[in-house]
Design a protein around this ligand. Sequence first.
Ligand SMILES: Cc1cc2nc3c(=O)[nH]c(=O)nc-3n(C[C@H](O)[C@H](O)[C@H](O)COP(=O)(O)OP(=O)(O)OC[C@H]3O[C@@H](n4cnc5c(N)ncnc54)[C@H](O)[C@@H]3O)c2cc1C
Length: 388
Amino acid sequence: MKKKIIIIGGGIAGLSAGIYSAMNGFDTEIIEMHNVAGGQCTAWERKKYRFDYCLHWLVGTSKGAFHEIWKETNVINNETEIIDHEVFSQIFDKDRNEFIIYTNIERWEKYLIGMATEDTKPIHRMCNDMRKSALLEPFALPPELRNPLDYIRIIPAMLPVFNLVRKFGRLTCKEYFDKLNFKNEKIKSFLHELYGERNFSALMFIFMLGWFNQKNAGYIKGGSFPLAQRMVEKFEILGGRISYKKKVEKISVENHIARGVILTDGTKISSDYVISASDGYTTIYKMLEGKYISKKIDFAYKNWELFTPIVQVSFGINKVIKYASPIIINLSKDLKIGRTQLEHGYSIMGTSKNSVIIASKAKQSLFLHHKWGLLRSFLTRNDIILSF
Ligand SMILES: Cc1cc2nc3c(=O)[nH]c(=O)nc-3n(C[C@H](O)[C@H](O)[C@H](O)COP(=O)(O)OP(=O)(O)OC[C@H]3O[C@@H](n4cnc5c(N)ncnc54)[C@H](O)[C@@H]3O)c2cc1C
């Protein structure tokens, strides 16, 4: 008889775990508390507008280990169309000065040098770091399935990447930009306001632009909802089952081995294995009652800085708006929206050719991203129709 695996949560992690479990011959059931799968990778419709909450770019759209995983899990198949933008973002400061981040590094380098010849050297150094990051080849296998030879084999090819990690692995963008020592005020202030002020990791910045340059972090046409549904389809074809509108409260443990789950309605479901692909804190401290926790994990949950919550406000506009960039960032700090004073400005997403794809036909959806405070001010107004 097949061994049974229960997976808690039908987001991208749960669906991936489900697909690989079913592919490997397990009797697999996903327990999902929502009425659709996909988790954060979702979109919803209101009056023929589609509001896509999640997907803007996906690492691994053209090659590498992630790409193989996306193909195996049906995120990408022969019919999937990938869009690689020429512009990553278009940014304006409070005086409407413009700054552009191109996805092609040569083009961005030329643009930056044209703006600041005095910074030719640091611009060149930064762009070279991004070019080197292209050599990163993530392991196709998880750590427990790798052998020492797998590590030895990648060393020569990855040496420049190891150097990047060694030099910048612990730096924030602010520290990285300070090290580069830009002189031009415009470059300094835009880069600083975009990434420097927010504790953003220097490596993430370098790799992100490296992936765009390789055309390996494209937008998947159709967006988040169809992507998750393709995974559901693959999972079900492999014989997996998803139980919707069921919430797991506890993981049953016998002799220190997970033996199934107990739902909030009291139902007990037995299994040979349990994989939690739901929130880590809830799994460790509530479903397992904090009984199986290392000092390291406990320390992380109690001390690490939390990611500031982001609120997305979506508007449906009955017009096609043509912009060159998929993300427009307004860095005005002295603006107020409702009663909320903006701390870093705001960004608008989905106003480019891809949002015509996201939205249905001529209807355009527009997303405004800002920190939590904005939601409160919107909720006190009744002249704006919002979609959450
Ligand atoms: C605004 C936004 C934009 C993003 N943009 C991108 C992007 O452009 N590119 C990119 O690659 N990533 C992006 N991400 C990140 C990406 O969406 C997430 O990393 C990914 O979806 C997380 O998947 P997950 O399965 O780990 O978690 P989740 O999506 O959170 O899934 C967890 C699932 O578990 C279910 N669940 C929770 N508790 C229980 C319970 N007790 N019982 C049963 N079910 C339960 C939930 O309902 C949910 O379906 C974005 C995220 C956000 C929020």
